[in-house]
Ligand binder design. Structure first.
Ligand SMILES: Nc1ncnc2c1ncn2[C@@H]1O[C@H](COP(=O)(O)OP(=O)(O)OP(=O)(O)O)[C@@H](O)[C@H]1O
Length: 591
């Protein structure tokens, strides 16, 4: 193969260096597709100086794509003989499923850069490369030498071509040819395209007449409206995007179970199906017949009742009304608060603003003693001069039952602390309501005199420490906010929301959804509907542990006024580690 990059290699290398050190690179200096991909890579905070990729231990390797591709890849490998070219097949997410080469040097190098089965070469992990960039643009992409975003790929040249389903057009995977940069040339792409085309032809003949008839009916149903559409046969289920976004996997299973019964009987039915989420759908199943016999059937469905509001289930006991979430830290905090309520021990509930402290207290009260009085004195809202709060406080303490919430106790001006302490001391001898205070700041803002009335405390975790609960919070808040209209959130949108760190917690999430509703009043909330504050996100969803680690690093950096060496020392980690973590977690180092 001829050398492609040759004359331009130095120019591209220089442009890349400048781009990475935040200087301007103009179109013309490198190809437009490459420059766009570099920009995407940078905005995704891909590391250019090392390769560390997610690994899937057991990717799905027995699919129509792999079955169709296997003989073609084998034949190509034979034809290439000892040439240093690697033939690679990936799934639609860039995860390598198959890699073949007879050249041991190239093979060893590809192992080193993790271009190997199980690793994902998606652009979001590796930056610009033949696999990820082709999948991102949904069209063939060749990337040579220094055009790669990651430094260690600059000795390679690669050409990736997406492979599409013969009828639906959906991208099923990608064929990539990779060789040494000095040997890469335009023929690499020609060969990759021809091979991908062979695989698509093989797929067409494998799909066969049955599936062709089924897909044709399915596509016809999809084109007819925006409803929920499935195609199913004994070993195949296809779901349209709307169904995937609107229905939980459990709801999809419930519909498919009913459809499978109709499939066995090969009869046309229209029935109402109660869904596990509490919603209901009207579903009709139509059997499909191909020229060679029965070919499964098509399901069309429409939601006729929306899901019930979910509630948090503590200890599999009764629910806390108006509270959702099932993350371990969150449920633990709810349980603790509930335990203190059951023995009526006065309690301080701490946690960042907007985490849901007051919501849990209300839920605990509503579940256990809904008919008793619930008095809430908010020190952040009260006019503290008019004595109104002390009158309500005294009355509640005298009545002696129900719940008394001293909300934002940390906001009570210092001069009033002795007044409150005196009232609490006087009441504590007799029967009192369950007294619970909330605070978002450190304990100096409350003072010892008051603190001694609250022998125990519970900390409610920030949203980022139970981020999976967004799956429950988002539909719950949308239902709460939308009242009569019917608004849902696409999975992709929830995924994006999960990558934010939510410094304002659930209260901020509520505000964001309210903003979204200003311009989208019904239908499905898509990522583009989100306000700009949700666009600055981590590269991936952090686990609760990673999120705590990120918080510790941010705190150490703040304490050290942004000095990374001091922060690293305080945390007991090396400077290299703190630099890596800052990049990995996308931390904006405080000035
Ligand atoms: N787990 C939850 N389930 C349902 N709604 C929640 C949950 N957590 C918080 N919310 C909602 O988020 C908003 C903020 O919650 P809440 O007022 O309880 O927070 P807080 O911790 O008391 O805040 P602050 O200390 O800033 O007053 C409320 O609108 C509440 O309804």
């Amino acid at each position: 193969m001829t050398q492609l990059e040759g004359r331009d290699a130095t120019q591209v290398a220089t442009a890349r260096e400048r781009f990475l050190s935040a200087e301007n690179v103009h179109s013309g200096e490198v190809r437009d597709t490459i420059l766009k991909s570099w920009r995407r890579s940078k905005s995704l905070r891909v590391a250019a100086d090392r390769i560390q990729l997610p690994f899937i231990k057991d990717p799905e390797r027995d699919t129509p794509l792999t079955r169709s591709a296997a003989p073609i890849l084998r034949r190509l490998q034979d034809q290439l003989n000892d040439l240093p070219v690697s033939v690679i097949l990936t799934d639609p997410n860039g995860v390598v499923l198959d890699r073949r080469t007879d050249d041991t040097n190239l093979e060893r190098y590809l192992d080193r850069v993790q271009l190997a089965p199980g690793f994902s070469y998606a652009e979001e992990y590796v930056g610009t490369n033949g696999i990820g960039t082709a999948l991102e643009g949904l069209q063939p992409a060749a990337v040579f030498g220094h055009e790669h975003y990651a430094e260690s790929l600059d000795t390679l040249g690669c050409a990736g071509v997406p492979i599409r389903h013969p009828t639906s057009g959906q991208v099923l995977g990608l064929l990539d040819l990779t060789c040494w940069r000095k040997e890469a040339g335009p023929l690499l792409m020609t060969l990759a395209k021809a091979t991908a085309k062979d695989i698509e032809q093989e797929l067409t003949s494998q799909v066969g007449q049955r599936e062709l008839s089924l897909f044709t009916e399915y596509l016809r149903a999809c084109k007819r409206g925006h409803g929920l559409v499935f195609a199913l046969d004994n070993d195949l289920v296809v779901t349209n995007e709307h169904a995937r976004e609107v229905l939980s996997p459990q709801d999809q299973d419930a519909l498919l179970a009913k459809a499978a019964e109709a499939l066995c009987r090969r009869e046309h039915v229209t029935i109402d199906v109660d869904l596990p989420s509490g919603g209901r759908a009207r579903m009709s199943f139509t059997p499909v017949t191909s020229p060679v016999g029965p070919a499964g059937g098509v399901v069309r469905a429409k939601l006729t009742r929306r899901a019930e509001l979910p509630n948090v289930n503590i200890d599999h006991g009764p629910m806390l009304p108006g509270v959702v979430g099932s993350g371990a830290l969150w449920v633990h905090a709810c349980q603790e608060i509930d335990n203190h309520h059951s023995v009526r021990e006065w309690l301080l509930v701490e946690g960042e603003p907007g985490v849901g402290k007051h919501t849990v207290i209300k839920g605990v009260h509503a579940r256990s003693c809904p008919t008793e009085p619930y008095i809430m004195i908010d020190f952040a809202a009260q006019n503290n001069n008019d004595g109104e709060w002390s009158r309500r406080l005294r009355q509640s303490l005298m009545d002696g039952d129900g719940t008394l919430v001293l909300r934002h106790i940390d906001a009570l001006p210092t001069e009033y602390r002795p007044v409150l302490a005196r009232e609490l001391s006087a009441a504590s001898a007799g029967a009192t309501p369950w007294v619970v205070a909330t605070s978002s700041s450190s304990r100096e803002h409350i003072g010892q005199d008051l603190l001694r009335h609250f022998p125990t405390s519970v900390t409610v975790p920030p949203l980022r420490h139970h981020i999976d609960d967004l799956n429950e919070l988002v539909p719950f808040l949308l239902l709460q906010l939308s009242k009569d209209t019917w608004l849902m959130c696409a999975r992709s949108t929830v995924q994006l929301l999960m990558r934010s760190s939510w410094p304002g917690n659930v209260a901020q999430l509520r505000k964001v959804l309210r903003k979204v509703m200003l311009h989208r009043r019904s239908g499905t909330v898509q990522p583009d509907d989100l306000p700009p504050e949700c666009r600055s996100v981590a590269r991936r969803v952090l686990t609760p542990l990673e999120s705590m680690e990120r918080d510790a690093i941010v705190q150490a950096l703040l304490d050290a006024e942004g000095n990374k060496t001091t922060a690293a020392r305080a945390l007991g980690v090396s400077r290299a580690t703190i630099y890596r973590k800052i990049r990995e977690y996308g931390i904006d180092v405080p000035a």
